[in-house]
Design a protein around this ligand. Structure first.
Ligand SMILES: C[S@@+](CC[C@H](N)C(=O)[O-])C[C@H]1O[C@@H](n2cnc3c(N)ncnc32)[C@H](O)[C@@H]1O
Length: 199
């Protein structure tokens, strides 16, 4: 972690950091009732920062366990004086378990760890049990948006979503390019955006 990221964590965590208990009341976190987007695994957070800046009418909660990435995002958020962004440094399974039903308007996961080796596929985040935990957190008609540059993972996610009666596929909303995406594109990978709405 760079010194600036470390300093940002110390200085800006009180303003931007959340504890699991805070998730029980999302409007209270932001002091208003507005659509809330939850991003899982924001990495260094540049694309989440860009979205939060571009859509001040939406609130954003970023979930990440990588401390340098959290420090980097806090630095950017504080510099921009953002009021519609918060961060939680917990495993996503705990976060989804702590959110009340219907708290989130959009759930986005951009370039989840692909775990390319077959013996590691069971570590992939997106699965039926993940959907069982995540979908109740969405409002009715809420969106799930997943992007990946791993063709087989994309096919797996598309099949999961298509087989789930709770979901209807939709056009992927706008999103900025992410750091992992740039790396994948440089390697010649195709990028897949998969989006759906809850019924
Ligand atoms: C491949 S990176 C993608 C980062 C970013 N979305 C991008 O596209 O540049 C996946 C990120 O998910 C985070 N992550 C993985 N498992 C997680 C979990 N269980 N809870 C929270 N974050 C997780 C990792 O720390 C990592 O930063």
């Amino acid at each position: 972690m760079s010194d600036a990221q470390k300093r940002a964590l110390e200085t800006h965590w009180p303003r931007y950091g959340l504890e699991l208990a805070d998730l029980a009341d999302v409007p209270r976190i932001f002091g208003r009732t507005a659509p809330c987007t939850l991003e899982i695994g924001f990495g260094m957070g540049d694309s989440l920062l860009e979205m939060a800046l571009a859509t001040p009418e939406t609130d954003f909660i970023g979930v990440e366990v990588h401390r340098p990435g959290i420090g980097h995002l806090l630095l950017g958020a504080a510099r921009a004086g953002l009021t519609n962004l918060r961060v939680i440094d917990r495993d996503v399974i705990e976060v989804l378990g702590a959110l009340p039903g219907g708290a989130i308007e959009r759930l986005q996961i951009f370039f989840p760890d692909p775990w390319p080796k077959k013996k590691h596929h069971k570590r992939r985040l997106i699965s039926n049990s993940f959907l069982d935990l995540a979908l109740p957190c969405l409002v009715s008609g809420g969106r799930l948006h997943i992007a990946t540059d791993w063709v087989q993972y994309a096919a797996e996610i598309q099949a999961l979503v298509a087989a789930d009666d709770r979901l209807v596929s939709c056009e992927p909303p706008w999103r900025p390019e992410t750091k992992y995406e740039r790396r994948g594109v440089k390697l010649g990978h195709e990028v897949f955006d998969i989006a759906c709405r809850t019924r």
